[in-house]
Design a protein around this ligand. Sequence first.
Ligand code: ATP
Length: 143
Amino acid sequence: MAIPEKIHLEIVTADKQVFSGDVDSIIVPALTGYLGILPGHAPLLAELGIGEIIFKSGETMEDVFCSWGFIEVLPGRVVILAQTAELSSDIDLKRAEEAKTRAEKLLKSGDPNVDYAATELAMMRAISRIQAAKNVTLRRPHK
Ligand code: ATP
């Protein structure tokens, strides 16, 4: 069977479609490490971790922050169902920094009523968002 030239990529959360389109390659943070996907990749189901999905189409490179969910690789098609995802260029850095400060305070509080597991996850999201927002600025071509 001929290898398709493009991969149809869908990135969705429970409440929004973050991206839908044909791309040449995808790098995605699986729970076990980053996964590279090119057209013709073998079918696969994997857990999505936290980090940046980077995909290319021609000269265009896009970057989406995501945290936890599933990755389904089908012939010619990749579906990423994420708990949260947004274009890294849409990340509000100030909001992420405030979320990090809030989580840090709660983790240091010693308060027995704090949900520490949930707060640690919030902290991870905030740190990864800050990193993704910075990375996307670094990757932007200089004019
Ligand atoms: P916060 O405490 O700031 O709400 P959070 O990590 O609890 O952060 P999530 O539950 O991951 O937020 O996401 C809720 C919604 O808000 C999602 O639609 C997500 O895409 C969006 N979102 C969260 N933080 C940011 C941010 N810093 N910039 C842009 N969108 C964000």
